[in-house]
Design a binder for this molecule. Structure first.
Ligand code: AMP
Ligand code: MG
Length: 353
């Protein structure tokens, strides 16, 4: 069995550094900002922060990512999510912090919005494929149909109930995995934190989630590049991003090969198998980082038609880049302005409402 595990970020940041005006509080000439590069939440992260207290702000942001990982990771035995999972089947709610309850509540909402394609109770199925243990590549395996069938009854966000003070998982064996939404949630929290340090310009790369606060200090929007899902050294397009997040999900992020077939980590909760709907990657862009993260995972599961259907009817607007297995790319009209398409071997189409 061949195994692969990739931590490569899904987007490449193109920071265009120009001359800055040296004035009170503004970045000085040649200031590249406070940069922090580290590994957290199972992925490579990079924060670029500009402001009068940029070093302090960047340190606080890094500490906040670590705090959230400690709270939300299901592989850390003392995290609140681990405590919830350990007590699965016990009807007495496990006490949870308000922010954990709010995130789980939002996640249940994302499940409803995507007809169950997004489901944070997917954890038992992730474990059956060996995707549950972070970084342990030798755990990868293809579970039997019987095993998957028995586990699917444990995947149901409706059986995860919340009170004002805690939550409970209805059945023994159920477990929560926030891997598809935690980084987006963290990005939203970091933006609030950075603002409290008077930061007006920042770019946060949390794995596949890229969040722009304001513009680049030169006044132009941040420019980000979405990577080619078939070539980690190439990119598909460059986009302007301002006060928004671009969240990308793709099967290339984590996968293994067995018996000549490739199995990736985005699981369809209806089948318990890696989603196979003709997509290589999905990028969702909007001001709501947590929702973008959840949606990019869910729309990968739903496939291109249902993804565009949701794009058309959703009240809370978002934009999309859908890369299909036939090398065509669908880009929604809200991204047309400022877009530079670079994907070699791909064709693209702008989708209108
Ligand atoms: P992302 O990179 O945001 O697409 O998240 C992928 C991660 O989300 C996986 O590694 C799992 O931890 C988790 N996951 C996989 N499939 C689903 C799903 N259908 N709904 C919710 N979480 C999922
Ligand atoms: Mg996600």
């Amino acid at each position: 069995m061949k195994r692969f595990f990739s931590f490569l970020p899904t987007a490449i940041i193109l920071a265009v550094f120009c001359l800055f005006l040296a004035s009170c509080g503004a970045p000085s000439v040649g200031d590249v900002g406070a940069i922090r590069q580290f590994f957290a939440m199972d992925t490579a992260m990079r924060l670029t922060v500009f402001g009068p207290q940029q070093e302090k702000a960047a340190d606080a942001a890094l500490a906040e990512v670590n705090r959230l990982e400690q709270l939300l990771s299901r592989t850390r035995p003392e995290s609140q999510i681990s405590l919830l999972n350990q007590r699965a089947g016990d009807p007495t709610p496990v006490g949870l912090d308000r922010e954990v309850i709010a995130l789980i509540s939002a996640s249940k909402g994302f499940s409803k919005e995507t007809c169950g394609a997004f489901d944070i109770t997917i954890a038992p199925v992730m474990d059956a494929w060996g995707f549950g243990q972070s970084g342990q590549e030798d755990a990868y395996r293809v579970p039997s149909n019987q095993k998957l069938e028995s586990l699917l009854s444990l995947v149901d966000a409706d059986k995860l109930t919340l009170t004002t003070e805690g939550g409970a998982l209805a059945e023994v064996g159920m477990a929560v995995d926030l891997g598809a939404v935690a980084k987006g949630y963290a990005a939203g929290q970091l933006i609030n934190l950075l603002k409290s340090f008077d930061v007006e310009n920042a770019l946060l790369e949390l794995g596949g989630n890229i969040t722009a606060l304001g513009t680049h200090p030169d006044g132009a929007p941040w420019k980000i590049a979405v990577r080619d899902p078939q070539d980690e050294s190439a990119y598909l397009c460059v986009l302007p991003l301002r006060d928004a997040t671009a969240s990308t999900s793709g099967g290339y992020e984590r996968f293994f090969e067995a018996g000549g077939k490739t199995y990736h980590h985005i699981i369809d909760p209806a089948t318990g198998r890696p989603a196979d709907t003709g997509l290589l990657s999905v990028t969702v862009i909007s001001p709501n980082a947590a929702r973008d993260d959840a949606l990019s995972t869910a729309l990968f599961v739903l496939g291109p038609e249902k993804a565009l259907d949701l794009w058309r009817r959703s009240e809370e607007k978002f934009e999309l880049i859908l890369v299909k297995t036939d090398d065509s790319v669908l880009i929604t009209e809200g991204l047309e302005e400022g877009l530079a398409f670079k994907g070699e071997g791909y064709t693209y189409e702008i989708i209108r409402r």
